[in-house]
Design a protein around this ligand. Sequence first.
Ligand code: SAM
Length: 352
Amino acid sequence: MLSRATINHWLCEHDPRRLEELWAEADRTRSAWVGDAVHLRGLIEVSNHCVRACHYCGIRAENAGVTRYRLTHEQVMTAARAALAFGCGTVVLQAGEDRGLSAGAVAAMIRGIKALGDIAVTLSLGERSDVEFAQWRAAGADRYLLRIETSNETLYRAVHPPRGRQPSERKAMLARLRALGYAIGSGVLVGLPGQTWSDLADDIVFLEERALDMIGVGPFIAHPATPLGAQPAEAGGTEQVPADELTTCKVMALARLACPWANIPSTTALSALDPERGRESGLKRGANVVMPNFTPLPYRAFYEIYPGKAACGDEPDRVAERLKDRITRLGRPIAAGRGDAVRPVESAPVCA
Ligand code: SAM
C-alpha cells in the first residue's frame, strides 16, 4: 500500500539523481509482476463522432472544424486482421461517444474480431448504457477503458459537462463494468488546467483503491479549438500541476507501485511531448504496453484529440515496425498472447 506521504514525497521530488530511485523501483516492480516482455495492443479509432463537450478534447461535439468519420465493419475487420498479423494479442476499439455507432454494430465487430483467433478485445467507447455494456460483454468483449480524467469532482464537472440531465458518473460506471465481468481500466490527465498537486495525489490513491487492471496516464496537451486550449485556466501559483513528461512519468511510476499487476501503456501523448524518447521513458518507468495505431491512414488525421497526435502516424506497418525496433533496442522482448492482468485475490477493490 502506497502511503499518502510516499506519493507526496515523489510528486514533490525534482532532483534527477534521487528520482532515479523511483524509476528503478517502478522498473523492478514491473519486471517482477508483469515481466519484461512488452505487450502490443492494436488501436483502431472506429469513429470520431462525439456527443460530448469535454473542454480538453479536440473531437468534442462543438468543434465544427473536425471532418467526422465512422469506419465500416469491413474497415474495422481489415485493421484488426493487420493488428493480429503484426503480433498484437489485443485489439482496442476506441471512439468518441458516438450514438451512430449502434450497440449491434459494435457487437458484430467484437464477434468478428474474436473469430479471428485468441485475441482480446478492449473497448474505449465512453459512457454508454448498462444494457449496451452487457450486450458487448456477451458478444465477447474482455476489457473496458474509461478514464476518470481527474478524481477532483469539481474540476471533473467543470471540464467534462454532463449530457443533458444525465450525470456523468464514471467511477460508478467502472464498478458496474467490473461487475459485468470486464477487466477495467481507467486513468487521468496530468496537468489539466486547475489540477493541483493534492488532486494528483488523490488520483493515485484512486487508482490504488480501485485495484485497476489497466491504467492509462497521459499529459494534457492543449488543443486550440477547445475551451481549455483557447483560454487556459490555472490553479493558483505553484499549485498548478505541469503537463510535462517528468510529471507524467512520476504518475506512471507511482501507478505501477499502486497496482503492480496492472497493464500500463506508455501512451502516445507521452511520445507526442517527446518523439525521441517519450515512449522509451514510459517503458523504463513502469509501463509494459504500447499501442500501435492500426486506424486506416486516411482517417488518422481526423482523430485529433490533441495537436500533433496525427504526426505520430505513418504507414501503419512502417510505424509499427519501428516501434518494435525501439522496444527490442531497450532489451525488452515483444510479448506473445493476450496479456491479461492477473490481479491477486487479496487486492479487494473499493466499490463506487
Ligand atoms: N470517448 C471515449 C472516452 O471519453 O472515454 C474514448 C475516447 S477519448 C478521446 C480518450 C481519451 O483521450 C480521454 O479519456 C482523454 O484522457 C484523452 N484526451 C482527450 N483530449 C486530450 C488532450 N487534449 N490531451 C491529452 N489527452 C486527451
